[in-house]
Design a binder for this molecule. Structure first.
Ligand SMILES: [Zn+2]
Length: 182
């Protein structure tokens, strides 16, 4: 792909140069798109690392006010731990760094729509925003298979954005399972 792809600083500059200074809201929205893609690229790198280690290739990055406080990938096989999903590992790391089990003002980036366990952890952790890449028809618990997040009975609301670098995130996962079939 060339330098003009819909990603990165080039795109941000190209778009913002067309915006009048009073259009701060639009600039903020565009900036959020660029920031979200930047962190999702990092989560994708983590996913690829997981795949190279024989783990299901899912990667996650946890960010507090644009500072990375955790980045990791699935390690269930390495740790003999069914809970060692990418999201859980970065949430644990983030809690250590913040020094609190409530991860307020954080955004969790993950390449695939989270499962029920991870949605539970996101809610318990009071994470502000969830940004995910590709949907997961089998266990996705935000909008695909189940809708566990933002149930009216839950007292914590999470802002959700799905489909960021969806194609790339989906391809990493599909490529991994294709390569495993005999
Ligand atoms: Zn999970």
């Amino acid at each position: 792909m060339g330098p003009d792809r819909f990603s990165g600083v080039y795109h941000y500059k190209a778009v913002t140069s067309m915006i009048k200074p009073e259009s701060l809201l639009i600039e903020r929205i565009v900036r959020q798109i660029v920031v979200d893609e930047k962190f999702m690229e990092m989560a994708l790198e983590e996913a690829k690392t997981a795949g190279s280690e024989g783990e299901v290739p899912v990667g996650a990055v946890l960010v507090k006010k644009e500072d990375i406080i955790g980045r990791d990938h699935n390690r269930c096989i390495q740790f003999n731990d069914p809970t060692a999903h990418a999201e859980i590992l970065v949430i644990r790391r983030g809690g250590e760094i913040i020094g609190n089990y409530r991860l307020v003002e954080t955004t969790l980036y993950v390449t695939i729509e989270p499962c029920p366990m991870c949605v539970g952890a996101i809610t318990h952790g009071r994470i502000d925003r969830l940004v995910y890449g590709a949907p997961d028809e089998k266990t996705g618990s935000v909008s695909s298979k189940f809708r566990l997040l933002n149930d009216p009975d839950l007292n914590h609301r999470v802002e959700v954005k799905g489909g960021v670098l969806k194609q790339e995130c989906s391809e990493v996962l599909q490529g991994f399972f294709k390569g495993r079939r005999p």
